[in-house]
Each structure stands twice: as C-alpha cells, then as structure tokens.
Design a protein around this ligand. Sequence first.
Ligand code: SRM
Ligand code: SF4
Length: 584
Amino acid sequence: MVISSQPTSIDRKLSKVEGIKDRSNLLREPMASEVLLDTTHFTEDSIQLLKFHGSYQQDNRDNRVRGQEKDYSMMLRTRTPGGFVPPQLYLTLDRLSDQYGNHTMRITTRQAFQLHGILKKNLKQTIAEIVHNMGSTLTACGDVNRNVMSPAAPYHNRPEYDLARTYANNVADLLTPQSGAYYEIWLDGEKVVSGEEDPEVVAARKRDINGSNIEGSIEPIYGPHYLPRKFKICVTVPGDNSVDLFSQDLSLVVLTNEQGELEGFNVFAGGGLGRTHNKEETFPRLADPIGYVDKADVYDLVKAIVATQRDYGDRSDRRHSRMKYLVEEWGVEKFRAKVEEYFGQKIAPSKPLPQWKYLDFLGWQQQGDGKLFLGLAVQNGRIKDEGDFKLKSALKRIVERFNLPLKLTPSQDVILFDIDPADKSKIQAILDRAKIARPTKIDPLARYSMACPALPTCGLATTEAERVSPSILARVRSLLDKVGLPNEHFFLRMTGCPNGCARPYLAELGLVGNGPNTYQVWMGAAPNQTRLAKVYLEKLNIDDLETVLEPVFTYFKKERQLGESFGDFCDRVGLDAIHQFAST
Ligand code: SRM
Ligand code: SF4
C-alpha cells in the first residue's frame, strides 16, 4: 500500500488549519519569524502552529476594554507522560511562574503543568529553560498525540504499575514529531534530550507496517500534515480507572502473567468528550474494546490506529475530526478491519478484565520499596499561595530540601514520592504550617470534584468554572445537609463551555457552561467513570442551583437503594422520573 503525503480522507474542502500545517514547513513558519518580532502577540497562522509547540495565545478576559488592544499572554503546557516531574523541572517551573507567569502553576486533567500569563517576549526564554531542566512542551497541544496518561501511583512492588509508566513514556516517544522545528526555534538548534529512547521504540517508529509509514517523510508516522485533530492516549492497569480510560482516543491496559511479566495489552479506542451546544452531531463518546495485542506488536498496533485516523479522520470539519466520529460512523467492526489492514494481522479478542475503580492515591502511603509517597489534594489543580494558605511555597520548600520527584494526577492533584520514612514528620510539619489540609479533612465533595480554568484565561469559556467552583461546592454541601444527606458525596465536575476539559460528562453531576452564569446540567454517570451522564436541564441560571437541585436530592434520599451512589440512582430511575418528582 502506498500512502499519499497529502491528506486523503475526503473530497470536501480541507479546513483552514490543514492549509496552515501544509504551508508551515513542518511546524515552522510563519511562527518562527514572528517569535523574533517585537510584538505583543502572534498572527492567526502562528497561533495554530504555536499549539504544536505547547503554547496557546490567550488574553486576560477580565481586562478586555472595547477599542483597546487585548491584554495578551501565552499559556504554556508541559509534556509530562504519566505526570512525572523531576525535582529540577518542578523547581524551574515554580521559578518561571514567578519570573514570567502569573505566580501560579496549574495541574491539568491530563497530568501536565500549565503556566499562564507569559508575555510573548519571554516565551522563548521560558521554553528554553524548561527544556534545559529536563522538561518539554513539544506536542502538549496541537493535532498530534497529547500528553500520555498513566496511573500516578508510584508503586514499586506492583510490576503492572511500572509497566504502565514505561509504556506511557514509550508511546509518547514513539509519537513525538521528528521535525527539528522545536529545537531550531526555541533553542537555536540545540537538541537537548532528557533521556534515551528505548531502541525498540526507535525501530518501531521507522518500521513500515503495511504502508502506515509515510515514505520519505521526515515525519514517518504523521506525515507533513500531522493528524486531523488532537489525539489522546492512556496506558493503565486492570481495574485502575484513575485515567478515565473511556474518554481517550486510545487506551492500553497492561496485562501480565502470574510472575508479573508483561504479556500484552487490551486495547480500547474511540473515546472523546468534546461537543458543541445545539449541535446534535457532536457528542461525548465512550471508547470501545478493540481487542488484545501481544507486547511484541503493541507499537505497530498503536501506529496502525494512528495511521487510520491520519488517513480517514475528517480534515474538512474540525468539529467532526476526532477519531470517535470515525469509530461511531464506521462501527467497531469496520474500524477494526481497517486498522488490521495497516497492522497486517488480525487483532485478537480482548482478555477478561476486572471491574474498574476510580482511585486518587491521596494521603501517606507505602510505595512498596521501603519509601513513602504522599498524595495531596490540590483544588482544581491550582498551585498558589493565598493568605495563610501557602501551597506553592510549601511544595517548593519540600522539593528543594528533600529533592523529591512528583507525579501529577488526572484528578488535578499532586503526589510527592521516594520519601524516606525518617522525613515524614518534617514534611508533614511544613504542610501543616502552610495550612495544607490533610486529605481526610477535606470534604469528599471537593476532593472528587474538578473544574477547568475557564475565565479569565480560556478564550472559549462562556462562563466561570475554576473561580466559582469552591462556592458551588459549598452550596451543594449545604443543600445536601438541608435535605438530610450530610455525609453524601459524589463526583461533581464543572466546565465553562461544552468542550469538556474537566470531563464533566463522566461526572455524577456535571455543570457545563452554557452562557453567562448559566450551565447545562448533566447527571447519571457511573462513579467509576464507565458510563456517560445525560442532560437533565439545558440551562440552569446558577442563582437557581438550590431550587433545581433540592427536589433532585430529596428524591434521591427517598428512593435510593442501600449504598447506591447518586450517579447510579439517576441512571436507574431515569431523568424523566426525577423531572416528574421535581414538578410535583
Ligand atoms: Fe481542553 C481546548 C484546557 C483537558 C477537550 N482546553 C482547551 C483550551 C486550550 C482552550 C482553547 O482551545 O483555546 C483550554 C485552555 C484553558 C486555559 O486557560 O488554560 C483547555 N483542557 C484544558 C485543561 C488545562 C483543563 C484542566 O482543567 O486541566 C486540560 C489540559 C490537558 C492537558 O494537559 O493536555 C484539558 N480538554 C481536556 C480534556 C480532558 C482530557 O483530555 O482528559 C478534554 C475532553 C476529552 C477530549 O479531548 O475529548 C478537552 N479542550 C477540549 C476541547 C474539545 C475537543 C473536541 O474534541 O471537541 C477543546 C477545544 C478544541 O480543541 O477545539 C479544548
Ligand atoms: Fe475552556 Fe471550555 Fe476547556 Fe473550560 S471546558 S478550559 S471553558 S475550553
């Protein structure tokens, strides 16, 4: 099979972004020239390319004044597979957030860090310092594979966790763009590598499997036009759904034998959450099981799936270009058959798996090699100092003094690990002085909640999320107390628009921005994130939160089965029955 170097998928007109990629000379121009100009912001074509390099142009929406230039700055996102952040990188990001950013660092829902508020003139220096200190921002955004997730728990006595970490790194390496643009532009051509690539990964990248490599291209897997849209992957272990595996384009589940040796992977594909209000043709979708692959063939299968999306994903309409739509429209059988053409062999049936569980790994825990780890809840992932609460200073102090590496979790929390048990009390004392609550003292409603950044940085937000989430949680808590459910908690996730960055469609209660102070209300996802929620209400003015939710919680209290979670209850009785109860 010969693969064309042009996007092949459709006869329809290609989207504007395809033209920008085509003209860019593998992610260089016009951005490379504009970086050098003394301007406050980039032009449209460069903004699109900038994403592949890990940055978004934003403006502070609180400071918009009609007729005046926007208050531009850049958001930078790290590439940190499995959320691993070495101490040197952590301390560098901490310093850069003060020197060039808005004095906060934000843990994302995909185990990365974001710095906000970096002026264009400081972007090159900031990226260069990240790369020189064991980090990278390459492909943190853009139409490529994004940060690869894996469970954040740093267990060292459970081989499947070590394997998930290793394969998350390797898959990230396999799908790293090979164009030297990143190093040319941000590091004046100096190629800095923070670790050796596994030779199997290097070989797999070059290996041509049934035409899935693009002949003669510098980008053997992606080709010169990269993917039609962002692509998201996780690697997890049986039973551990801390990574929300059903929301990903591609999920691998590590399978080991009784000795803990790797045998292969179960593969899921076609998940994704982004949607647009009032456009029925856009929807969240859970990934389907695709089959099982032996360890020797896993990279070839990953490439075959990526190549299928590369060649058949919709490059004309960016609202329809995620792989989930390909899987939905073709059906799993056709999708699997097409992947098999690239893969060059049949995909074996999936192996049995246990039930999935949500895990967040908070608190002090044994890591299995005599050392400890400590998971700390970070509200909406924002690491900051505010009044007496000094999370940013405390983490800096601890990482500096004890030289500890960190793991960022998919629930926007942080884990410090490799802790000598002799240091436990000293570390706890620093945290106590900085008023960092112990996980057992945090309201579980807050512990299991997430909110996206939304206003003022996100250009797509239609309303608030992160900034109002503490007050919303407090109001929901009061309401639960009022209806006689004082100890109840569930997954509440909130976003400023329907793109779904805090994965609200997998929450038991999801609030999805739908205009100023207004949210679409979703209910009924499973507490282990294996079932999607459904729309309960199109538009909730946030002032009416109590009026709308009180009858819902009252009905839940009255009719729930023993131990039934809020999401399972909503799913069992159905949203129509809840509406009916609420209207009586
Ligand atoms: Fe997201 C766009 C923030 C995880 C779906 N997302 C954005 C942008 C870059 C807005 C923009 O395009 O201008 C947001 C920047 C806000 C800011 O001010 O920082 C943004 N997304 C985030 C983060 C930081 C939210 C968070 O609370 O942590 C997450 C960064 C993850 C990372 O480290 O890579 C983040 N975004 C997600 C997720 C969840 C996930 O990946 O597990 C989703 C839903 C899953 C999915 O992709 O299907 C998600 N973000 C989107 C979409 C909708 C994509 C779609 O298929 O329609 C957009 C808009 C777009 O791509 O056009 C978007
Ligand atoms: Fe922005 Fe919407 Fe994502 Fe929130 S969900 S960060 S508002 S794009």
